[in-house]
Design a protein around this ligand. Structure first.
Ligand SMILES: C[S@@+](CC[C@H](N)C(=O)[O-])C[C@H]1O[C@@H](n2cnc3c(N)ncnc32)[C@H](O)[C@@H]1O
Length: 208
């Protein structure tokens, strides 16, 4: 979302400022619970675009060492409040994935619902860098919206990098793809009417 009209504020920013409203989900993403058994104990984990932190906090509670960042100061502040409440240790900080400098390797890198908010060049470069900073045997779980259906009104001003269907798969041609899903789903958020999103989700493992 860097570089776009600063007067537009996405709907989740308000939810990040309210502790009695959940922006997206209280639960970790289904792919996290489905594939966490592949992780070593105390795995090094990075979540990009973590929002208020349902995945990061869950993984920290499982004993993993979790770094998590988001562009939103309100999102990171809420993540910190939530993680303190449940005594989960997450290294959470604000950062822009388009400028993110990796300083270590990870066993798991995940990103849900965020890559399409930066340009296609930027999300592809982030994935190239993330792959290079993944341990052999490490996992990526990435979910991105596609242009199979038009961007809904709530995200249209921000969705500058929608993928083509299956485009993200090309980035993982040299990894083992453990799961790939292409689907359209109905969505609803506080103060936003029902709408559709088209999505690709990929779970891939670095084999060498
Ligand atoms: C739709 S929300 C998803 C949040 C979280 N991944 C989840 O599933 O609940 C998109 C998130 O991407 C973050 N975001 C947008 N552009 C970003 C960027 N350039 N770098 C890091 N985070 C970004 C937003 O602040 C927001 O928290």
């Amino acid at each position: 979302m860097s570089g776009q009209n600063k007067n537009l504020v996405p709907f989740w920013e308000r939810a990040y400022q309210e502790d009695d409203v959940t922006a997206f989900s209280e639960e970790p993403n289904a792919a996290v619970t489905e594939f966490e058994h592949l992780l070593p104990k105390q795995a090094n984990v990075l979540e990009a675009g973590c929002g208020e932190g349902q995945n990061a906090i869950y993984l920290a509670k499982q004993g993993h060492c979790v770094d998590a960042f988001d562009l939103s100061e309100h999102g990171i502040a809420k993540l910190k409040r939530k993680s303190e409440t449940v005594h989960a240790k997450v290294n959470a900080f604000t950062a822009d994935l388009t400028a993110y400098q990796f300083t270590q390797n990870y066993d798991l890198i995940l990103c849900f619902g965020t890559l399409h908010f930066v340009s296609k060049n930027d999300w592809k470069q982030f994935l190239v860098n993330a792959k290079a900073h993944t341990n052999t045997g490490g996992i990526h779980i990435m979910q991105i919206f596609t242009d199979t259906v038009p961007a809904s009104e709530d995200i249209a001003p921000f969705a500058v990098g929608l993928a083509k269907d299956e485009e993200i798969k090309e980035l993982y041609a040299d990894w083992e793809v453990l799961q790939f899903k292409s689907y359209v789903f109905e969505d609803e958020h506080p103060n936003v009417p029902k709408h559709l999103h088209a999505s690709n989700k990929i779970v891939a493992r670095r084999v060498k």
